[in-house]
Design a protein around this ligand. Structure first.
Ligand SMILES: [Mg+2]
Length: 214
């Protein structure tokens, strides 16, 4: 039995929204604008692709700032994440991260959880560490990106069971691809996601009940 479970990162594996924290480092004005755009996108009011480049242009993140966010993800890790992921793994689940966040920021958290596969947006930097753009072709920079990645995983790895866990509309979009979509509501409960989900988990540990992991 091949079982794969994909986790969203921001407001799921960790309490923060990495892009908002990056924006905070750029000052209060940038923060307000970016937070607003993120919320509208996660609530499904505007398309992700519409806000993606706009937010990054506002923030102009350096490589060092991305490292700081990496630390912050670690400091705000979901309290039951480590034990849950280790129990899932012992039960034969392969764990991965699928995120609209930035790979450079998420890597330390993935390392901490011993998750080898991270699907997240590559950022580009100049030699001096200043921002040089992002991979605009990357699937999670747009709506439909997470289902696109999971459809590919389904085709190439042919799991018997495929699960997605997350808090946002971009996670909910995977419902048609996966066997179980779990709305994670430990940090934010988004009405559109909760109303349309198959299962709700207020802690990651609840996944062990939902998936009947002993
Ligand atoms: Mg999220």
């Amino acid at each position: 039995m091949k079982k794969i479970i994909a986790f969203d990162c921001d407001s799921t594996l960790s309490a923060i929204e990495g892009v908002d924290e990056l924006a905070r480092l750029a000052g209060p004005d940038v923060f307000r604008q970016v937070e607003n755009l993120t919320n509208q996108a996660m609530d499904g009011e505007i398309a992700i692709e519409e806000v993606f480049g706009k937010r990054l242009d506002l923030i102009n993140p350096t490589r060092d700032q991305c490292r700081q966010i990496g630390q912050m993800y670690l400091e705000t890790i979901e309290p039951t994440a480590q034990e849950t992921i280790s129990a899932l793994r012992s039960d034969g689940w392969e764990c991965l991260i699928i995120s609209g966040g930035f790979a450079a920021c998420i890597e330390p958290l993935a390392d901490n959880l011993d998750i080898k596969v991270i699907e997240a947006v590559p950022l580009l930097f100049n030699e001096d560490g200043s921002y040089a753009g992002y991979d605009a072709d990357y699937p999670t920079t747009r709506n439909g990106g997470k289902p696109e990645i999971l459809a590919k995983i389904k085709k190439t790895l042919t799991p018997d069971t495929l699960v997605m866990v997350g808090d946002g509309v971009s996670d909910l979009e995977t419902s048609s691809i996966v066997d179980h979509f779990v709305a994670y509501t430990g940090y934010i409960s988004r009405p559109k996601v909760v109303q349309n989900c198959m299962h709700e988990a207020k802690t990651l540990q609840k996944l062990l009940d939902i998936l009947r992991v002993r």
